[in-house]
Every structure is written in structure tokens, then in C-alpha cells.
Design a binder for this molecule. Structure first.
Ligand SMILES: O=P(O)(O)OC[C@H]1O[C@](O)(COP(=O)(O)O)[C@@H](O)[C@@H]1O
Ligand SMILES: [Mg+2]
Ligand SMILES: [Mg+2]
Length: 320
């Protein structure tokens, strides 16, 4: 995208365009329809936030507090993605089980021939509601029942709720950034998004005293490069989009208190790895690409390190 010190990128959108449906079985049309629904729902999520910022709604399957906004976004997305022909399953960070939205299991109305599964993090970074900071929505489209391994990802993307609402979509090895208008239409801001060659930012989650020594040593080495600036805002999507824009590394690492880190493989780690790898970057759990981590549980956590290839290679050499 742009140089770290050249933050004045253009926001002039051109007309929306999607890759042609390269699939013989119509899955490409389903993927397009899913991201149309995400774009249409993004303004509704944004407009639904003010009254739901501070209201508590319970605990999610990962044992974390849910805001009313998390549940609101999840319900909206479940209803609307569930209507998309070709989508068989819906799952999210906010509900314990996979939902059959095809109707096939219960012989209910629906698309009984549907084959795709959609996993979402409806609101990523919802602890940023209180201080009114950046949040996102993460979307993963798999061609297998959930939980599914990363090699079943056929598309991944995210919405970023910042000063403007943008959506980044990766499919068929190609990454596109859109500006989402208030009426839910999407217009291309940047076709063929690629990580800049020169990394400029780094952000690492977790309490610093909770980092294992090898993580600490790696971070100290990264920040000793005087071209690297710290960027950490407490929303994975906000922080990841800094890396997509300026190059660099984002991590939510293994911790002393949590050897598998905090982020969820199905809803956060894998789809973001898919986007970054399609944009020319790399991902790892410390040993292997996040797309190669076996999916064993819908809500399993995984250490996440993503960014420029050279920084991820160094990380893999540095951590055990
Ligand atoms: O508060 P911490 O420990 O820095 O954690 C922040 C991380 O947790 C998350 O908020 C987890 O996502 P959710 O808000 O979807 O649970 C990430 O977006 C972010 O990277
Ligand atoms: Mg999240
Ligand atoms: Mg969330």
C-alpha cells in the first residue's frame, strides 16, 4: 500500500468489481454473495453500536465477557449469511456450536445442496467499544464442515470500522480493499493489495511480563531497527490493517499463562493468515503456517504471528 511516512493514501473509490466466478460449481457466486452481505450489514452493525457499547451480555464460549454489541452483530450476521444460497453452516466466536443454515439436517426449507461454511468474529476488538476505538468483523469461508483446516479456506476477509468503513477480501490469491458506503455498497479502493517490501510497524499483544523469553528477545530485536514503529491498539483488525498498509509484524503470541495465546484459529488466526499470505506475507503459530495448523476444536486458540515474510521467518527461528 503506502510508505509509513506517507499516510495520505487516496480514498477515491472506483467502481466495485469482483473476480469472475472461476468455479464450475457456483461457489464463486456464493463467496461474492457472502461478501455482499457483509458489506450490506457493516453499516447496520456500525449504527447499532451506540446503544450497545456498555451493556454486558454474558460470557462467550471462550470464557470472555460479551458486550451486547457482540451478540447483536452475531445475530445479524447469522440471519443474513444464513439466507445466502450455497452456505451450509454458520459459526461464530459468540456461539458454542455450528448452525446448519442449509435446512438439510432438519429437512427445513433452505439450500440443501449448499457446501460452504462461514465462520465469523462478529466484532473483533469489542473491548474497544468503551474507549471508542477501532474494531472489525472477520470472515472466513471454508469449503468443508466446521471446524475445518486452513487448506479448506476459499476466501477470507475483514471489515475495519475506523474513521471510514473498509473491507478487505482475499480470494483466488488476490486481495482487494473496498470502501463501504453508508447504503452498504462497496467500491474498490485498491485492487491487488500487497504488503510493502519494507516493514514499518510492529504490534504484539499480551502483557509484556507474560511473554516467554524467546518472544521478548524477538520483539527487542525487531524494535531495535530504527525504521520500526510500535502500533498496538487492542483490536486485531485495526493492528493487522496497519501491517497490511505499512508492512511489519502483528502478533498475539504464546504467553506463560496461555501457551496457545488468545486468538481463535477458525475465526481470527486462519482467515487473517489467508489474507496476509494472499497479499505476499506469511503467517505462523511459531512452527508452521497458520493455514497448516490442524483444526481440532471450533473455539481452539492459537499463537498468531503474521506479517512480512522476512520477519516471520526470523520469528520461526527465534521461538521454540
Ligand atoms: O486486550 P488484549 O489482551 O491486548 O487483547 C487484544 C486482542 O484481543 C482481541 O480483542 C480478541 O478479539 P475479540 O474482541 O473478538 O474477542 C483482538 O482483537 C486483540 O488483538
Ligand atoms: Mg477477535
Ligand atoms: Mg469478537
Amino acid at each position: 500500500m503506502t510508505d509509513p511516512d506517507d499516510a495520505a493514501g487516496s480514498d477515491d473509490p472506483s467502481d466495485a468489481s469482483d473476480p469472475p466466478d472461476a468455479s464450475a460449481d457456483g461457489t464463486g457466486e456464493t463467496i461474492t454473495a457472502v461478501f455482499d452481505v457483509i458489506a450490506e450489514t457493516a453499516p447496520d452493525i456500525r449504527h447499532g453500536l451506540p446503544g450497545r457499547r456498555l451493556e454486558d451480555a454474558g460470557v462467550n464460549p471462550s470464557g470472555e465477557r460479551q458486550a451486547a454489541a457482540d451478540v447483536y452483530a452475531d445475530d445479524l450476521l447469522r440471519d443474513r449469511i444464513g439466507e445466502v444460497a450455497g452456505v451450509a453452516e454458520y459459526a461464530s466466536e459468540e456461539r458454542p456450536d455450528v448452525i446448519d443454515v442449509s435446512g438439510a439436517e432438519s429437512d427445513a426449507p433452505g439450500d440443501h445442496d449448499a457446501t460452504l461454511s462461514v465462520g465469523v468474529d462478529p466484532l473483533d476488538g469489542s473491548s474497544n467499544l468503551k474507549p471508542n476505538n477501532t474494531m472489525g468483523t472477520i470472515v472466513a469461508v471454508y469449503d468443508a464442515p466446521l471446524p475445518a483446516d486452513g487448506d479448506h479456506l476459499v476466501a477470507g476477509g475483514y471489515v475495519l470500522f475506523g474513521p471510514v468503513t473498509t473491507m478487505v477480501v482475499a480470494r483466488e490469491g488476490h486481495v482487494t480493499e473496498y470502501l463501504i458506503e453508508d447504503d452498504g455498497t462497496r467500491n474498490v479502493v485498491q485492487d491487488d493489495v500487497r504488503l510493502p517490501d519494507q516493514p514499518g510497524v510492529y504490534g504484539v499483544g499480551g502483557r509484556v511480563p507474560d511473554w516467554p523469553d524467546d518472544v521478548t528477545d524477538y520483539v527487542r530485536e525487531v524494535e531495535s531497527d530504527d525504521s520500526m514503529k510500535l502500533r498496538y491498539g487492542g483490536s486485531m483488525i485495526g493492528d493487522v490493517n496497519q501491517v497490511v498498509t505499512y508492512g511489519g509484524v502483528f502478533a498475539y503470541p504464546k504467553l506463560h499463562s496461555a501457551p496457545n495465546g488468545k486468538l481463535r484459529l477458525q475465526f481470527e488466526g486462519a482467515p487473517i493468515a489467508y489474507v496476509l499470505e494472499c497479499a505476499g506475507g506469511k503467517s505462523t503459530d511459531g512452527e508452521q503456517s497458520l493455514l497448516d495448523v490442524p483444526a481440532t476444536d471450533l473455539h481452539q486458540r492459537v499463537p498468531v504471528y503474521i506479517g512480512n515474510a522476512e520477519l516471520i521467518d526470523r520469528l520461526e527461528s527465534a521461538v521454540e
